[in-house]
Design a protein around this ligand. Structure first.
Ligand code: ADP
Ligand code: ZN
Ligand code: ZN
Length: 698
């Protein structure tokens, strides 16, 4: 056994994994409270020292138990059964499949040669291999070793030659010899940021080191995978994301840990991937909120990445078209190198033209205004694709009774139920509560209940009515249930089997559909009414990203945003693709209000069945916090308890106490003392968590 060894300890009937963080001859813990080690896990190498140190940092910074932080870093220790395969005409091996199966024996060989050929294999050919074949295919599909074939997949993208702007950005981002440096790569959508990441990775790989590429939760598209393979021929690649089964994730983790994997690509959890020869970290779409974990250890993978890069003395590149204001401010202060790509990479593809059109124009049908109707019609006539973006799933976000004002509330949350047409039901998007659609108002018996507002399902139906000949496809969390449904839909879009796409932010990222030339945006104004101070920052990022889907190839793109507020600075800046103007306005606003990035926050969120118990705990927490702050020269301000943004969820009352400081170090010094007090104050009836650098308010 050594420092970092992975252990199993029996706690009652349960076997729990753990990590040896220190070897000691004696302990201060009472002997009867010490547990024997049941097993040292032999087939997982000890967690390297730098990861143990990283866990200590995360534990201290985010005020979380070290054990939970270490648990984030371990590979899965168990295997799992296989899943189902969707029907597709032909399948073939992916690059990681080729690599993984290079030494396959027995049964795998026939499958491998069939699927590994350029023409792939049909489902019939696979079935002909016998009963096992189908199950093997399912497992391989789940592990990302096979993919359905589409026209696009058949033409691997050409290796790119960086243009002069890209080359100078790359040279500036990777110091020689390699050392720590943080860079913000701010480039409009399609400016060639990804091409730079991949070339940067190639550079460090040539120097014998490993590159770590972090992407948002839904940014790990097959297109990206293909581009990686084309840009790094022959490189060993490990993929780490939540869609992988445990055994595959473990395999990938081991490849990273041994140093064999030269490029490690993954979502936020990959920031903890072992990498003995780490030479570079890239965070793509660094502003994306999926980098922040919202439960358990509430870390932000971008911030952990920066810390890790500095400790390992390697460069880190943060890329975005719409950087977070935190990152933007660091670049302005000169802490990060600021690299800019203001133009799209290829001359043929200008940024799409953005038009702001009124929401309530005469002739609007189900929220689709005449300008948008006309634009969609033109695309259908030219056999081009349109994407309608509305960031609400379901049929309608509320059901109202015009007779008495009843609003179909969730019985367990302070929220209204959402109308879902397909299941003829009402559903709560916060707690999952579901009930049948009522025939009449339960309060007054009125039978004319009115669905209020519009979601993806309602828009889909309206489009089907308006354009009966068009093929409409809806993509949201409900329609893509199941691991491979989304992949199958993407294949259909690529194959040109879809005319109009309706979708939520699932469609905003990374996808590159060749014939998509129109993006219509509906319902965006809702975010302008939000109480969250980051709402407009996020809306801009989302819209710029959605707009970036239009006209990425040779066909020019157009974006129509339906709004009641065409003069709003957000829309004016969006129409000009001028993120800097928008960021400057927002930063001035944040500074005058003393909000991030000019202040640092921590949020104590409490939940309890009893409002009295919750209030008593938070009031005491706030009082103690004030005493501590006063003792430390009042560098931190501790506020009084207030209800959370969602004041009741799943039957629990929710409220919070905010702590704010202009000085990060002062906040960091305050938190451990406060947390110790909170642990004293805590009682069983109240559940609480600390969220350091929260992205939202409960
Ligand atoms: P971003 O990541 O900034 O959105 P990408 O790297 O995806 O940009 O590039 C956008 C498009 O431009 C892609 O289709 C890519 O193949 C192409 N591209 C990028 N760099 C070059 C280049 N130097 N020469 C030709 N095409 C390029
Ligand atoms: Zn009523
Ligand atoms: Zn609910």
């Amino acid at each position: 056994m050594s420092r970092g060894s992975v252990l199993v300890v029996k706690l009652g009937a349960r076997s729990l994994p753990g990590v040896a963080v220190e070897l000691a001859d004696k302990s201060d813990v009472a002997p009867d409270r010490l547990l024997p080690i049941d097993q040292i896990v032999a087939d997982v190498p000890p967690l390297p020292n730098d990861l143990i140190d990283l866990a200590s940092f995360v534990a201290a910074y985010y005020q979380q138990p070290i054990g939970q932080c270490l648990a984030q870093m371990l590979p899965p220790l168990v295997a799992e059964p296989t899943g189902r395969v969707p029907m597709a005409a032909r399948y073939r091996l992916t690059a990681s499949g080729h690599e993984a199966l290079a030494g396959a024996r027995s049964r795998g060989v026939a499958m491998r040669s069939l699927l590994g050929s350029a023409r792939g294999a049909s489902t019939a050919e696979i079935r002909a291999l016998g009963a096992h074949a189908w199950r093997t295919l399912a497992a391989w599909r789940r592990d990302g070793w096979v993919e359905p074939m589409s026209e696009k997949a058949d033409a691997p993208p050409d290796a790119l030659e960086l243009n002069p702007d890209q080359r100078s950005a790359l040279a500036a981002a990777i110091p020689d010899p390699v050392r720590f440096q943080a860079s913000l790569l701010q480039g409009v959508t399609g400016s060639g940021k990804t091409a730079i990441y991949l070339e940067a990775a190639a550079t460090v790989i040539r120097a014998g080191r490993q590159a770590l590429l972090l992407v948002p939760e839904i940014g790990l598209t097959p297109q990206l995978e293909r581009r990686i393979v084309a840009a790094l021929p022959g490189a060993r690649i490990a993929m780490l994301h939540s869609r992988l089964g445990p055994s595959e994730r473990r395999r990938q983790w081991l490849a990273a840990a041994s140093g064999e994997a030269q490029l490690i690509v993954g979502t936020r959890l990959a920031v903890f991937a072992p990498a003995p020869h780490l030479g570079l970290i890239v965070v793509d779409e660094e502003h994306d909120t999926s980098f922040k974990q919202h439960e358990g250890v509430r870390y932000h993978a971008r911030d952990v990445a920066i810390y890790r890069a500095s400790r390992r003395d390697v460069p880190v590149i943060l890329g975005s078209a719409t950087p977070s204001l935190e990152t933007y401010a660091q670049a302005m202060r000169g802490r990060y190198r600021w690299l800019r790509l203001p133009l799209r990479a290829t001359a043929q593809t200008a940024l799409p033209q953005v038009r702001l059109v009124p929401t309530r124009a005469a002739g609007t049908i189900e929220g689709i205004g005449p300008a948008l109707q006309e634009a969609i019609g033109a695309r259908l006539a030219r056999r081009e694709q349109s994407l309608l973006f509305i960031n609400r799933r379901g049929y309608a976000p509320a059901l109202l009774c015009p007779g008495c004002g009843w609003e179909a509330p969730c019985p367990r949350c302070a929220a209204r139920l959402v109308v879902h047409r397909e299941t003829a039901g009402l559903r709560c998007h916060h707690c999952g509560h579901a009930e049948a659609l009522p025939r009449a108002c339960p309060e007054c018996g009125n039978q004319d209940l009115m669905p209020q507002g519009s979601g993806t399902q309602r828009l889909e139906r309206a489009l089907a009515d308006l354009y009966p000949a068009a093929r409409v496809l809806r993509i949201d969390r409900d329609s893509t249930h199941g691991k491979s449904a989304f992949a199958a839909m993407r294949d259909a879009i690529d194959a040109g089997e879809v005319d109009i796409l309706v979708g939520t932010q699932m469609l905003a990222k990374g996808h590159d559909f060749a014939r998509l030339t129109l993006v219509g945006v509906l319902g965006a104004d809702n975010a302008l009414y939000s109480g969250e101070f980051r709402a407009t920052e996020r809306l801009f990022a989302l819209l710029e990203q959605v707009a970036g889907r239009a006209g990425r190839r040779h066909l020019p793109g157009e974006v129509l945003v339906q709004t009641d507020f065409p003069q709003h600075p957000l829309y004016v800046a969006l129409a000009a693709h001028d993120f800097d103007r928008f960021a400057t306005t927002l930063l001035a606003e944040r500074e005058s209000l003393g909000l991030p990035p000019f202040a640092h926050l921590a949020l104590l969120l409490g939940e309890a069945r009893s409002p009295e118990a919750l209030q008593a705990f938070l009031a005491a927490a706030s009082d103690r916090g004030r005493e501590l702050a006063a003792a430390a020269a009042d560098a931190c301000e501790v506020y009084s308890p207030v209800p959370a943004a969602l004041p009741r969820r799943a039957g629990l009352e929710r409220a919070q106490v905010l702590v704010q400081s202009r000085d990060r170090a002062a906040l960091q010094a305050f938190l451990p003392h406060w947390r110790a007090e909170l642990e004293q104050l805590a009682e069983r009836r109240v559940r609480w968590t600390l969220d350091v650098d929260p992205l939202g308010f409960g």
